[in-house]
Write a protein that binds this ligand. Structure first.
Ligand SMILES: Cc1cc2nc3c(=O)[nH]c(=O)nc-3n(C[C@H](O)[C@H](O)[C@H](O)COP(=O)(O)OP(=O)(O)OC[C@H]3O[C@@H](n4cnc5c(N)ncnc54)[C@H](O)[C@@H]3O)c2cc1C
Length: 368
């Protein structure tokens, strides 16, 4: 097994590392536009459709670089929902006409995509959603209320998940433009963290859709949604690998510099073990993310690997953020130190894209 990166992947990673700080300096609403201008929003979209043409593994490594210097989990969540949840789903299952219509604009960031799946009553249970995509002659009509939609106020395109017909059993996935009649974005929610992700409810009332708005086969939307979630779960948190590396490097430097009783705190075994646990979580997270990305590159089916990656990385990132803060003592608890914001952001990662429990259930079911 070869764990090395080739020169092209390394150059891409370094370009992303260099991108984080200038992007961070921009005001929040402009950050997504800056990422788009640098091709970040289309990295894994085929080059024939205006994207970077990178495979999922290289894209994971690129986002890892970005996360080392761009400490804004909300913007990176919005970027990930766009690229992994929407664009990659279109690339994987869209018709040639759908790919031609949407991918160039998604790659350029002229169209920003997001997933509209969750509903208040059904929550994690996709089988219980109430939204409907109803066949109506040669068209479809979409109806339903979605909640917690990432970047809803800034989105141009929703990947909408509804029941196939009011009495149908399956799901249908539809691509609905924000400008379509009947689409209303609600007031952004005050979240604990990931503030720049701007979560909001979205109401879809009697939206008329042409047949080419349906992604995949009508009634076979669960498979389409699972493909979207496989890309999202595998890759949306890859930026956290870079953030965890940054936290570890800073924690190591601090533990060498901070001297009490004339000796650095790094001499205490408890401190060393804290650093070692951060390193262990980082390296195991890398393995599960790269493995899931690799699996996506072999075939689009990486449901279990993606759930494992998201579950492990979200937990690992949260625990390591706590360790990084505690290692600093009182100084780590000051707002300016930034750990509170990181912890709040990372808490969100344990819920979005399928909660930890749901991901664990997917992994457990794959074993039995
Ligand atoms: C930051 C953030 C961004 C989000 N972005 C989007 C988005 O862009 N688009 C979108 O559609 N949604 C989005 N969501 C919604 C998110 O996907 C849901 O919050 C999540 O799926 C859980 O649904 P729920 O909140 O209704 O909780 P519930 O499903 O009600 O879960 C409540 C608790 O029960 C547990 N539970 C539920 N079902 C099971 C089960 N089968 N097995 C084990 N435990 C279970 C859960 O783990 C949780 O602890 C986002 C959420 C957050 C926090």
């Amino acid at each position: 097994m070869d764990f090395s990166w080739n020169d092209k992947q390394q150059r891409l990673h370094e370009r992303m590392l260099a991108l984080g700080q200038p992007t961070m300096a921009a005001a929040v609403p402009e950050r997504l536009g800056q990422l788009a201008a640098e091709g970040v929003l289309g990295l894994s979209i085929d080059s024939a459709h205006g994207g970077g043409g990178w495979d999922s593994l290289s894209t994971a490594y690129a986002y890892e670089g970005l996360g080392a210097t761009l400490a804004d989990g909300g913007t990176l969540l919005a970027a990930g929902a766009h690229l992994f949840g929407v664009a990659m789903a279109i690339q994987a299952v869209g018709t040639p006409a759908q790919r031609e219509r949407w991918l160039p604009n998604l790659a350029a960031g002229q169209c920003i995509g997001t997933v509209a799946a969750t509903e208040q009553q059904s929550g994690s249970n996709m089988g219980a959603i109430k939204a409907v995509v109803e066949p109506a002659g040669d068209k479809f009509s979409a109806q339903g209320d979605k909640c917690f939609v990432t970047n809803a106020p800034g989105a141009d395109l929703f990947l909408f998940v509804g029941r196939h017909g009011a009495t149908g059993r399956g799901l249908t996935v539809a691509l609905i433009e924000a400008t379509a009649a009947g689409v209303t974005v609600g007031t952004p929610l005050q979240t604990t963290g990931l503030k720049s992700a701007q979560l909001a409810p979205v109401a879809f009332e009697g939206c008329t859709l042409s047949a080419d708005a349906v992604l995949g086969r009508p009634g076979a939307g669960m498979a389409v949604f699972q493909i979207a979630m496989s890309f999202e779960r595998a890759l949306v948190l890859a930026f956290r690998l870079g953030a965890m590396q940054r936290d570890l490097d800073e924690a190591v430097a601090f533990s060498r510099d901070r001297a009490l009783d004339g000796k650095p705190i790094a001499r205490h075994q408890a401190v060393l073990h804290r650093l070692a646990r951060m390193k262990l979580r980082l390296e195991t997270s890398r393995l599960v993310v790269y493995r899931a990305a690799w699996a996506l590159d072999q075939s689009r089916r990486a449901h279990t690997e993606a759930a494992l990656a998201k579950w492990h990385l979200a937990d690992a990132a949260l625990e390591s953020s706590l360790d990084a803060m505690i290692l600093r003592g009182g100084a780590g608890y000051l707002e300016d130190a930034g750990f509170g914001a990181t912890i709040d952001d990372t808490l969100g990662a344990t819920i979005h894209s399928g909660t930890q429990d749901v991901c664990a259930t997917i992994v457990g079911r794959s074993l039995t």
